[in-house]
Design a protein around this ligand. Structure first.
Ligand code: GAL
Length: 493
């Protein structure tokens, strides 16, 4: 017999007696059957080994295939090198150094007492949130540094400055917080929708969150994603009827608009709540034109579940989805919308369960779905995470923090901002704009926008446990820049 049969024979009876007394007893009386058993055992052991190696080889091949297809040239035939050169402009890693401890004398003693500074040292985030702190001033630079598309001069043309006041073409600060951008094929125009928070910040009661009354949803239009024309408030808060969802005393957040090719309607979904965030619902509005006015239809709890931070996503095949934080913001839900986009279907999947994520923004690249989420810390910034899935309904897997550059504090606070939307750049495959809000809870109308380049490509930090060290996903990276602009070719379709 072959030598590889022997070793298992020696130990086999012991193993058998451990597994089955009856079998062990039978073997003693039938030496022939024992030899046969040994042979079978060895053979099956060998098959198992072959099977494991076969599977491992398959996984290696699959990963190799994925790596190759992910790194492939784009379909437009643009040589890969030129594409990489353009992307390199976006992927420059900028470091940040800043002084975190401001001179105490510069700080307002009343605010210091309120925060109980003598009992606990302030963290950078506390300082950032404290309107009397120099750290706060650093992240909310004065209006004289504003991005001004009309009077800014040629040197500043097309440059984004995350965190600076951003003026519209009328010279007024843009009011489109928690927003999203729709590219309207019919007019070849971008429309930016967001919360108009141009009101006084106050608390509905002492323990409530800082808030402003509902003004409504603003809309801005642009051809170049930099100079934005104010198209007005396309869905207004309701002043008189206190029972109306949009009554000014309620909450309207994170509006997003998609176009329905079948009905020819622009459909807006938003978070609708009462001042205490207990209604936890979604609202739906509709319009024939991207610039409104939108007619408010209704609110509901989707799938009979709480819904707070939310977004919608329209896939290439015209199917659209609602993604929302639920179960006390402990998990996310995703559900397909009906064909007219005016309601949700019954099909819903839960994901990132017990992960406490919110501010979801979903996008797609090369057939893979990606999502950026934030943690749940109200208006205070926290660490973003990137997630990926091969099917939009999941399972979703967490890839780690997407933030690159700045410094540890910048990265752990998502550059002192919270995700709201990811906008694909049509001419640059794998390149997107990450849109986020730098909330200013002491004066919410003065919250700032943080727009940064986001790219998909390369190896993620945290490979999936079951991927045998080979990443199944590409890395999602958001690059910090103090000042940046879109590279040439971003607009080619
Ligand atoms: C955040 C949420 C914002 C707003 C805020 C209120 O967690 O992302 O959209 O709801 O809480 O405190």
């Amino acid at each position: 017999s072959a030598p590889w049969i022997n070793p298992p024979c020696a130990c086999q009876p012991e193993r058998m007696s451990g597994g089955s007394m009856a079998m062990g007893a039978r073997s003693k009386h039938h030496p022939k059957s024992l030899a046969l058993r040994c042979y079978c055992y060895a053979a099956s052991h060998r098959s198992l080994t072959l099977l494991v190696w076969g599977l491992a080889a398959l996984v290696v091949l699959l990963n190799f295939h994925l790596l190759v297809t992910h790194g492939k040239d784009d379909q437009s035939g643009r040589p890969r090198e030129i594409h990489r050169a353009i992307l390199r402009e976006l992927e420059v890693v900028e470091e940040e150094r800043f002084q975190v401890t401001p001179a105490r004398s510069r700080r307002n003693p009343r605010a210091v007492r309120r925060k109980g500074e003598h009992t606990k040292p302030l963290s950078v985030v506390d300082e950032f949130l404290d309107e009397s702190s120099a750290v706060h001033d650093m992240f909310f630079p004065e209006p004289r540094t504003a991005i001004d598309p009309v009077h800014g001069g040629n040197d500043s043309m097309y440059f984004y400055h995350p965190g600076r006041v951003w003026l519209d073409t009328d010279g007024k600060p843009i009011q489109a917080h928690g927003g999203g951008v729709l590219y309207d094929e019919r007019t070849e125009t971008y429309f930016w929708y967001g919360e108009n928070k141009d009101g006084k910040t106050y608390k509905a009661h002492s323990k409530g969150a800082d808030r402003v009354d509902i003004v409504g949803v603003s809309c801005y239009s642009s051809k170049d994603l930099w100079a934005w024309k104010n198209e007005g408030v396309v869905l207004r808060g309701e002043k008189k009827n206190v029972t109306h969802d949009l009554h000014v005393s309620n909450v309207l957040e994170r509006p997003k608009v998609i176009y329905n090719d079948r009905t020819g309607k622009y459909v807006m979904w938003m978070h609708i709540d009462d001042a205490n965030y207990t209604k936890a619902s979604v609202g739906v509005a509709v319009s024939d034109s991207p610039t409104g006015p939108f007619s408010y239809l209704y609110s509901k709890r989707p799938h009979d579940c709480e819904s707070r931070d939310m977004t919608i996503f329209k896939d290439d095949n015209g199917k659209a989805y609602l993604i929302y934080s639920s179960e006390d913001n402990s998990e996310l839900h995703i559900g397909q919308l009906t064909d007219d986009y005016l309601d949700v279907t019954d099909d819903m999947r839960r994901f990132l369960i017990a992960q406490h994520r919110e501010a979801p923004s979903l996008f797609k690249f090369d057939g893979t779905y990606y999502m950026i989420t934030s943690g749940c810390t109200g208006w205070a910034p926290n660490t973003a995470l990137a997630h990926a899935a091969t099917s939009v309904m999941g399972p979703w897997e967490t890839l780690g923090s997407p933030c690159v550059g700045g410094n540890d504090i910048f990265r752990s606070t998502t550059f002192f901002s919270q995700s709201t939307f990811v906008l694909p750049l049509r001419g640059l495959r794998g390149s997107f704009i990450f849109m986020a809000d730098r909330w200013n809870p002491s004066d919410l109308r003065d919250s700032r926008y943080v727009w940064l380049p986001l790219t998909v490509g390369g190896v993620p930090d945290e490979a999936a446990d079951y991927s045998f060290m080979f990443p199944l996903w590409s890395r999602v990276s958001i690059y910090w820049h103090r000042r940046w602009r879109l590279p040439e070719g971003w607009t080619d379709s």
